[in-house]
Design a protein. Sequence first.
Length: 306
Amino acid sequence: MSDLGPVHAPQALTAGDLVTLEELRWLTRKSGVRGTGLVLHAWATIAVAMTVYAVWPSPLTFVAAVAVVGSRQLGLLVLMHETSHWLLFPELRPNTWVGNWLCAYPLWTDLRRYRREHHAHHRYTQQPDDPDLALTAPFPQSRAALWRDALRDLSGWTTCLRALAWRPGTELRGPAITNAALLGVLVALGRWDLYFVLWVLPLATWYPLVTRLRAIAEHAVTPDRDDPLRNTRSTAAGFLARVFLAPYWVNYHLEHHLLVFVPCWTLARAHALLLAKGYGSRMELSPGYLDVIRVATGRPTPQTRS
């Protein structure tokens, strides 16, 4: 709340203030080949993880497969997010079809509903009308509280609570069809058990955890809710972070908010361009996900962070 009344959306910067029209054209080029490749990569990674466990079953390969599959389920969510902005393919219809049937429905999610809510998130980022504000409002919080939430995720309790909160009217036909198809493929391959062990289990445990950590990294404990360079965070991600926490360049979240029409595969270029233009000192950047967790549980004073 400001002296002039409630603030509903930050107006400090637009894409035109940050990059030239020529640079924006360069960054916003879409590619159906790249989009198709990313969807195939997600599903191929899931298939490889399942195959490795099926061929070499052991506690180690089981835990690794659960983590990899759950992280690629997050990857499918990231790609669904791309289709919510019509960025994965140049044409509108393939974005909606692929976004639903190959990304959202397997996760028991509906693209159309997500698209409506997510566009409101962009319009009212970190403002009272932001539909995602509840995800980061509890932060900063104690380490014990974060550990408690993480254990709830890994135990499946978070998923059970969400299932109990289900209400009539939620799209179920598409999710039921896609999950039945996935089960059918595994039945045909003689490993029906993998659907429950390496699809449902990761979806109920690892996927909620990494989704929570991603949300914390993107908006929790950011210094200035009214500044687009400071109400969203980008986090540096090494190889392991990209495998398990930040698939498909999702760690460049600040760049995505600033340049919303840029496909995920050019967000790293957008990041480099903004740094080259001298915006780095004004941007909310983190050196890694461990640093994000430290900040989110350390109760810092946001105004004093550099």
